[in-house]
Design a protein. Structure first.
Length: 431
């Protein structure tokens, strides 16, 4: 009898343990599916010239190389979903300028700084495009310093001297080198990080609550994104890029400075409408679209990589659904080195380019599906990938041809054929 009681007690305890263990596992899985950007204060030192500040986010769904999900599986939930091969918008979208005759190019591009574009070394990049499947270049029109690469007749640019020493004095002749090779040309315009304009026109600059010029952590001045005169300035630059012959206008730094909560405590914004940051960025891009009517250029916007996974604007005004309504192409900057440890359940994202890109792109496709559901159209997704080595990280890997291929493969498996490679030094280990 005692033996029977002991056995009954033993099995009862065993069942309780199993139930408790199952509950704990369920809670642990749920905790990895946390939407949103939760720690925009954390960042590491990134190479100058990247709008890609490393940030931290709470852990999301775990996904290891040994358990690669099939291309038609939602990594987070395991649910069947679109792979991305089925377009959520027309295969040949109408450019923001309104010319329906211009077809979308599946761009595979590299970033080219103004200095590189004006140098003898530019020929090496042209040769790289000639011998590979690359077909596009993203070239500075107005760079991170606020300087123009080409001559300009914009009154404000002339007034402040932004065009006094253009790196490329004959833009039409220079553009012919690209046209002769059928290279898709994208003009990069750095929108609101413009220290040159901020110095020359202090009334446009972000200012502290006591009236002084505000500076970011690197001592760089920013333009207030609420200022509509600055919107007009950037739109005028975009129109000049279209006249030069660029196929697409890409706005970078189309955002407020990172570490948004801290910045908000320090800055007095020029915000007469009382808009949110996300509303201001959306209104700017809407005005861009209106301003470029009559041209045949596409319009794109660069966004933080974590916008693909965040349910907020991350304090910088970049909300995927609002931006996506006003551009032809949206470009999340998916640089594994810029994701904090544990993001997406990956211990060291820089060491796992395939997994990091796979999760970010999966989330981007889900965001775009929702945009299409609400608006009947959505932009093409053309991500930026890391082509530089994050030497500032204690445990980094060299981003050569193999690491670049892993990123491209991860996106391609989910149906994305377009991509751009970022290296501020313009050196690319691409094969």
């Amino acid at each position: 009898m005692n033996g029977e009681r002991i056995c009954t007690l033993f099995y009862g305890l065993l069942i309780c343990c199993i139930v408790l263990l199952g509950t704990a596992c369920s809670q642990n899985v749920s905790s990895r599916h946390i939407d949103g950007y939760t720690s925009d204060e954390a960042k590491a030192k990134a190479p100058e010239g990247t709008d890609h500040v490393p940030v931290q986010e709470q852990n999301r769904s775990d996904f290891t190389k040994e358990d690669k999900a099939p291309a038609d599986t939602d990594i987070k939930s395991g649910n069947e979903r679109r792979t991305g091969n089925e377009p959520s918008s027309p295969a040949v979208p109408i450019p923001s300028g309104g010319n329906q005759s211009k077809e979308e190019v599946k761009a595979k591009g590299i970033y080219v700084s103004g200095r590189m574009a004006a140098s003898g070394s530019f020929q090496q990049l042209l040769d790289l495009v000639d011998r590979t499947d690359l077909n596009a270049m993203v070239i500075d029109m107005k760079n991170d310093s606020g300087q123009f690469i080409f001559p300009s007749s914009i009154p404000l640019a002339e007034q402040i001297g932004a065009t006094e020493s253009p790196m490329i004095p004959s833009p039409e002749a220079w553009m012919q080198r690209l046209k002769a090779r059928n290279i898709y040309s994208i003009a990069r315009i750095v929108a609101f990080k413009d220290p040159y304009l901020a110095v020359q026109r202090p009334d446009f600059a972000m200012r502290t609550k006591d009236g002084n010029a505000w500076q970011d952590a690197r001592g760089v001045l920013w333009i207030d994104p609420y200022n509509e005169e600055v919107w007009d300035y950037n739109i005028a630059i975009a129109k000049e890029a279209a006249r030069i012959g660029f196929d697409e206008i890409q706005f970078d730094y189309v955002r407020f400075p990172e570490n948004g909560q801290k910045v908000d405590r320090e800055v007095q914004y020029q915000n007469p409408h009382g808009w949110s940051k996300a509303k201001a960025i959306e209104a700017f891009l809407s005005k861009v679209k209106e301003g470029l009517k009559g041209t045949d250029v596409f319009v794109s916007a660069d966004v933080f990589g974590l916008t693909t996974s965040s349910s907020t604007d991350m304090g910088i005004g970049q909300e995927w659904s609002k931006i996506a309504k006003h551009v032809d192409v949206i470009s999340p900057m998916i640089y594994p080195s810029h994701y904090g440890k544990g993001v997406y359940g990956i211990a060291n994202p820089d060491q796992e380019p395939y997994l990091t890109v796979r999760q970010a792109v999966s989330d981007a496709l889900a965001k775009n599906d929702e945009v299409f559901r609400l608006n009947g159209k959505s932009p093409a997704i053309r991500p930026w990938f890391q082509a530089f080595t994050a030497t500032w990280l204690p445990s980094h890997q060299r981003y050569g041809a193999a690491a670049i291929k892993e990123q491209i493969l991860a996106a391609k498996e989910l149906g994305l054929e377009q991509f751009m490679l970022w290296n501020p030094a313009c050196k690319y280990a691409y094969e």
